[in-house]
Write a protein that binds this ligand. Sequence first.
Ligand code: SF4
Ligand code: SF4
Ligand code: ZN
Length: 138
Amino acid sequence: MNKTSEISAVLIAPCGMNCGICIGYLRDKKKCPGCNKESDSKPGTCKKCIIKNCEHIKESSSGFCYECPKYPCRRLKQLDKRYRTKYHMSMLENLTLIKEEGIEVFLKKEDAKWACPECHSRLSAHRNDCLVCGAKIF
Ligand code: SF4
Ligand code: SF4
Ligand SMILES: [Zn+2]
């Protein structure tokens, strides 16, 4: 369990997902290293992700979708809607913040936003309770 470690830039996916708050990254078994790294423990859906494998991503210097002429494409809007509805976050908001204020400011905000108010452990967007102390978050 990554209890309090800082979220680093390599954990931010092209779509704006912060893999550092994904349950796949935070779990103890078959831990996924995040979108930007290759691993057998990465789930098939993320290995085959249309956004990560999109040809336009390879052309961008930042490595983020916001540089793309099609931004935000239908696929990204669908993903964003699912996360806004179910997981208390927005890929598009993340990308706007990264574009306008820079990755370092974004990472600091994410560190604070996803820390348990009770025990300061890293929270997961995919769980309503703190993974460590069980405090109710959402
Ligand atoms: S499962 Fe997908 S979203 Fe989660 S850490 Fe791995 S690549 Fe990122
Ligand atoms: S916004 Fe552009 S780079 Fe990102 S997935 Fe859509 S088409 Fe690809
Ligand atoms: Zn806690």
